[in-house]
Each structure stands twice: as C-alpha cells, then as structure tokens.
Write a protein that binds this ligand. Structure first.
Ligand code: DGJ
Length: 748
C-alpha cells in the first residue's frame, strides 16, 4: 500500500511535465440536461382495407413501429407487446424499432433524418407531441407530430391510407422552428423497419435501351443502397422502386409476403436497405448527395411521397395494388384510354417535309390508328435548323424551310382524317449551336471555369432558375399556339447532369433539389392551362419513369429499344411497379434499328398490344399482307384495350424463362386477354401449359385467338371453366422462336 501511494505521488508530480495542470478555479459545468418528456403510451394504426402500418408511442414519447403488413384486428393489443430483450439493468432499450430514427441519442444506424445545428451539434431526438386523422372519400390521412426535446426542430410524418387500393403514401415535413438556420444532411421521405428471416430484394437497373431490367438479390447483413446521382433522366440506370419478398429466397408471383415501394421523385434518389441484427430498415428519399439543405429559421422542407403496399399473395398482388392506386391517383388521367398512334421518328427521323407527313397521316388513318405524332426536327432555322441532333435545340420556332405550310396545316390534315395530332419538344435542353445558347449562356448548367460537357451534342438548362422555368413553360405554351389542333405533346429529355452548377443559385447545394422542384412547378403551370392535352414523358426512352412526373403525364415512352424481344424484358420489368396504361409500345421496322433483330410482324404487334399500342415506322415500307395484318391487329386491340388500361394484370411467365406470358382481367372477371410469346426455341416437343390467373373458376369463358386464321390452340373457339383454364388445360402450341398469340376470353 505504501508503495502504491509513493507511485501515485510521483505520477502527480510528473503531470505538469506531460501537459496536464489541474485547473486553478474549476470551471462551472453549465451543461443542463433537458428533461425527456413522458406521455401516455398508445398505438396509432394507419390502415387500409387489407394493410396496416402500426405505430407505438412509448411512455418516453418515442415513436416506434410494430408492424407493416396484413391488417390485424384489435391492434390495441400491441400495447402489451414486449420485445425479447428490452432492458439492461435500469436502461430501457425499447421494445420495437424506431419509426423515424434520427442521428443522435442511442441511434447509430441509417437515419431518416440528420440535422446539423448552427452550433455545430448533430443530435436530434424526436418525441411524439400529437397526431391527427382526417378522412376524405377513399383516403384516411394520419399526421404524426414529433419534436426534438432540446432544439426547436419539428417533424410531421404524413401517411395517406388508400382504402380500396391497399396503398399507403407517406412523406415527412421538416420544420426549423428555431431562430438560426440548420442544415439537413439526410432527409428521408419515409422509413420502415421490417422483421423477417430472409429478405429478397427485387430492384431495377439498366441503361438506354435496357430500362427496368430486373435484379433479384438476397440481402446479407450489410447495407444495400440503390441510388442515382445523375440528377436528370434519373431512372436511366436505376429506378426509385423495389419489391421485397419476405422469408423466402425465391421471387414468386402468387405466394408469400411482399412489400413494394416507389418514390415519387424525378431526381437523385436513395433507397437504403440497412440490415441490422434483428431487422431490415428501409429508408427512402431524395439523395442528399451534394445537397445538404440549409433550412432557414421558420422554414419547412416537404419531402416527396413514398408509395408503399403489402401483399400476402406474392409480387403479382403487390403490383396490382400499385397499378390500382396509380390509375386513381398516381398517373395523370390514369383511367383514360390513350389513343393508338403513328410516331414519325423511326419512319422519317429528321428527313421529312409536309408531303412525307401527310402521307404518313393518310396511312395511319387507313390502318385505323388514332393519332399522328410529329417527332424531332420541325424547328430551328438557318444555320441552326434542326436537320440533325447537332443544332437547333432551344430555338423553338417552326422550321420554315422544311415546313413552310406550318404546323396547323399538318394538324388540320390529321384532324380531317379523324386523327388526333401530337408534337415533340425537348424544352429543358439547348444545343451549343443555337440562338438560345448565344443569348443565355447563364441559363446553362455549368460550373465556373469548367468545360460544359455535351451529351448528344446538347447542354442542360438550369431549371432551378425561375427565368428558365418561365422559358420552359413558354416553350410548351407557344408550341400549343402553333395550332388549336394539338392534342398530345411528347416531352423529351436526353441529358444527365455533369459538372453541376447554377449561375442563378446562391447556394449550390440546392441545385439538384430545386431543379426537380422547378420541373414540377412548370408541369403544374402546364396542367393548369392545359388539363386535357395528353402528355408523354420521354427521356431517351424510359430514363424518367417515376411516380413524381407521372402525376402530370399520361404515359411514358417506355424505351427507345423497340425490338420486341428486348421489349418483353423492359415491359415486364416496368409492369412490376407501373401500370400498362403508361407504357408507350410501338411496332417498328425490321431489322430493328437498335438491335438489328428480325422478328415477325405478328410478334411485334402482339408485344406492343400489351401496352398502349403505337407504330414507329414508314407505313409505305409495309407490304400489302403486312398492312392487312396491321389493320387486323389494330382493330382487335381496340376491342380489348380497356382491359390493358383498366384491367388487373397477372404475369404468368417471366421472360427470363425464354417465354413470356401475361394477361389482363376485367374488374368483374368476365373478360380477359391473354398473351403468350416464345422468346427462344427449346424443342418442338415442349409447349408448356399456361396456368391462367385471376379468372372466376366457376364461370365458363369462350376462348378466341385473335388475328390468325388458324389457331395455335386445340380449344380455340370453345368454352371452358375458369377452373380448367387456371389449373392445367391451357396449352397453346407456341414452340417456334418468336411465335406469339393473343387470346380473348369472354364469360358466357
Ligand atoms: C429520344 C427519344 O427517346 C426518341 O423517341 C426520339 O424522340 C428522339 N429523342 C428524338 O430526338
């Protein structure tokens, strides 16, 4: 003991030498701890007819999540619920996952919110302050209010429960109630903890010409992030949506629990799947990449909607829930049937005059199509005439050399022939070779002193700038004035963001977010003035496919890749999240201009008839027999297309199997249309039986193959029960490569 005291005194003597000196006057500790509020524990149920999202406010006021899935009766029972290990001595761990975790307190995983305060601190711990519920028609909206217990940071979590559709749409509103600005470093729309033994993630990747390719991936114990940083044309590489199959290693259309989610945002997004020891946290929102968002005192930031659904009957039902919601809310004019059309692009490219277009219109009318769309190439003059993709973008005046007769002349001819008329614009873009680029270099997205890279010879306009928003709206508005017979606008967008920077922005961190907000502002103005015009969202094909823009658009150009073989994969992938009504699907020439593939015209028609049918070729190049087939396919499509637009989709075989089959069934189950495609030859001995789905087993359906003189099924023209068709009797003989068939079913 004596030795110990000797050593201690020696150590104390040494302290000043190693830099420590005891404070002469001990500084008073001013750290006062704010008391954590306590509240009465309660359960908040956000529910639809079949789906429930259960929240728990614990006694300490922390919002937790009990459950997302099948609706459970009497959810109040969860108040008794206890996790298996909830306490360590006097410290409470909490018995359910946090519903909206923030950076701070005990939480160290992926957060929904990360705030940096003016004093440099990073801690936020939110507590429940109240909630309110409102009901309007089919929708029940629950708003849960949270507040940091030290700062004046407030969050409102909004959940809209779409009763019949079984969809819950959620977003967050983050308010800086303090006197100094704060910085939002992460600001998710929605957060969902899920508990299962296995998580199979289905998500979408691709590129130009291979959009919405499907990837299935079993999640390990790490973080999986799906994101984009390209700002504009944001779905070129990934889509802000997914399906998550629980407790299985295999994707299944009909069986098992599946959660589906889609973010309604047309810019940089981030979907994070953070697998911790006991759960999977799904965090969805705007990608905070280069976008730390400064929130001024009193300012509120509203995040985009995240759309959720749950299915106990496999991925098929999850898709059908999303499609049903999309029709009534997610897609502009979602229940309307968009016209069949002939688009001028692959048939004429930039090489046309009025005579070319008039003859295309005449042919389109003769084939029974309902609209003609004049694509790129009608504008720009002199040295900036748009005769190729190197000049003219930005100069939205009629090319008077190419079309001296004017747009109204062409549109009037279309109307006289009984067709609607549509026209192409790409208003967010500018060619360096244009009057606009010369007049407004300050409108171009660029960074001081740096190269402004081009893509397809074009630059991007800075839509975060209100002056550019006015210009872009003006392009739409002035184009509509070219004729009072414009029924349809194809709004294209062929560029991503590079070397980002805005001459207009004071705070460059706002560029990515405000570009998208600017885009939506313009679309809102367009819709206020032109509620009836049909608008297609095109972005080098399907590089802008999301529920953000779909609130303003009637449809998308699914892909520039019109090869029907590739289209089976693209349309299949798109259908997992988005309804068939939005998919522009065109029959084009062979060899296909993208892939070089040569497929039968019937195969191309049958594939295009699974979405909104159109054609994209020079009709004059079709032979008489091909024209006859085209007439026949277009005519029959008009008889069943209401099923494509408003029926329920059942996917029967995925293209990865070498065959592709799907069907649409009317809501009353009395009518259906079935598609079958052979994508690669297996053997003439193999023609697998299709198990139809979604029919009424007790009804008898008359089955008719369309557009053929000789059917590929022995039962054609006969009547069968739904039971027979669904459980083993339907085996059309589609053994040859690129053989295809469409069957129409009607109950007696
Ligand atoms: C890209 C689109 O995806 C095509 O359909 C076509 O409109 C061209 N742009 C025109 O430049």
């Amino acid at each position: 003991m004596k030795r110990f005291f000797l050593l201690l005194s020696a150590a104390l003597l040494l302290l000043p030498a190693i830099g420590y000196s005891a404070p002469k006057n001990k500084k008073k500790d001013t750290h006062t701890v704010v008391a954590i509020p306590t509240v009465e524990a309660q359960v908040i149920a956000v529910e639809t007819e079949g789906v429930q999202w259960l929240f728990h406010v614990d006694k300490a006021g922390v919002l937790r999540c009990y459950h997302f899935g099948k609706r459970i009766a009497d959810p109040g029972q969860f108040l008794e619920f206890s996790g298996t290990r909830t306490r360590h001595g006097a410290e409470k761990y909490g018995d359910a996952a946090m519903a909206w975790p923030t950076v701070g307190g005990r939480y160290n995983n992926e957060p929904a919110l990360h705030v940096k305060y003016a004093d440099g601190s990073h801690n936020t711990e939110l507590y429940y302050t109240g909630h309110e519920v409102s009901v309007a028609d089919d929708v029940t909206t629950t708003t849960i209010f949270l507040k940091d217990y030290v700062t004046a940071l407030e969050v409102a979590l909004v959940y809209q429960a779409w009763q019949k559709e079984n969809v819950i749409v959620s977003h967050s509103e983050i308010k800086n109630g303090g006197k100094k600005s704060v910085e939002l470093l992460e600001y998710a729309s929605s957060f969902m903890p899920v508990k299962a033994d296995k998580y199979l993630l289905t998500h979408f990747w691709g590129h130009w010409g291979s959009e919405m390719s499907v990837d299935h991936e079993l999640l390990g114990h790490d973080k999986k992030v799906i994101e984009t940083r390209i700002g504009v044309s944001a779905t070129k590489l990934n889509n802000p949506s997914f399906l998550l199959s629980l407790d299985t290693e295999a994707y299944n259309e009909r069986y098992g629990e599946v959660i589906a989610g889609a973010l309604a945002w047309s810019g940089n997004f981030k979907l994070c799947f953070d697998r911790t020891i006991s759960q999977l946290n799904i965090c969805a929102g705007i990608n905070p990449y280069a976008s730390a968002y400064k929130l001024a005192a009193g300012e509120t930031f509203t995040t985009p909607d995240m759309i959720w659904t749950w299915s106990g009957n496999g991925a098929g039902q999850a898709s059908r829930n999303l499609h049903a919601w999309a029709r009534v809310n997610g897609v502009y004019g979602g229940e309307k049937i968009n016209p069949t059309l002939l688009n001028s692009w692959e048939g004429a490219y930039f090489n046309f005059n009025a005579a070319t277009l008039i003859s295309m219109i005449d042919d389109a009318a003769a084939m029974g199509l309902e609209m003609f769309v004049l694509d790129d190439g009608w504008f720009g003059n002199g040295e900036y005439a748009r005769n190729n993709d190197r000049a003219g973008l930005g100069d939205w005046e009629l090319n008077t050399q190419k079309l001296p007769e004017g747009i109204d002349y062409i549109a009037s001819h279309a109307h006289e022939k009984g067709l609607k008329f549509g026209i192409w614009i790409e208003p967010e873009m500018v060619n360096p070779k244009s009057n606009l680029a010369n007049a407004h270099p300050d409108w171009v997205v660029r960074s001081p002193g740096r190269e402004i890279y081009t893509g397809r010879n074009q630059w991007l306009l800075d839509l975060s700038n209100p002056a550019v928003q006015d210009f872009v709206f003006g392009v739409f508005d002035r184009t509509m004035q070219l004729s009072d017979k414009i029924d349809y606008i194809k709004w294209d967008c062929n560029r991503v963001v590079n070397s980002f920077g805005s001459d207009w922005q004071k705070d460059q961190d706002r560029f990515f977010v405000e570009y998208v907000q600017g885009y939506y502002k313009v679309l809102r103005r367009v819709r206020e003035k032109y509620p009836e015009v049909i608008i297609q969202c095109c972005s080098s094909g399907g590089s802008r496919v999301d529920y953000g823009q779909l609130a303003y658009h009637n449809e998308v150009w699914t892909s520039d890749n019109t090869d029907a073989i590739c289209r089976s994969r693209i349309q299949y992938g798109t259908s997992l999240i988005y309804p068939a009504s939005i998919m522009g699907c065109h029959v084009s020439a062979v060899p296909n201009h993208q892939s070089g593939a040569i497929t039968p015209l019937k195969f191309r028609f049958d594939m295009a008839c699974a979405g909104r049918l159109g054609m994209e070729l020079q009709p004059k190049d079709l032979s008489d027999s091909e024209r006859d087939l085209a007439d026949r396919c277009i005519k029959s499509y008009k008889q069943y297309r209401d099923l494509v637009f408003n029926g329920d989709l059942y996917r029967l075989v995925a293209p990865e199997e070498g065959r592709y089959a799907l069907m649409y069934v009317s809501q009353d189950k009395r009518r259906a249309v079935v598609y079958g495609f052979n994508l690669s030859y297996e053997s003439r001995e193999i023609f697998r039986t299709l198990h139809l789905d979604g029919l009424n087993p007790d009804l008898r359906y008359k089955v008719n193959e369309l557009n053929v003189d000789k059917s590929c099924w022995w039962g054609n023209g006969k009547t069968f029960t739904g039971d027979f068709l669904m459980n083993g009797g339907f085996n059309p003989y589609l053994y040859k490569t690129y053989s295809s068939a469409i069957f129409y079913l009607e109950a007696e």
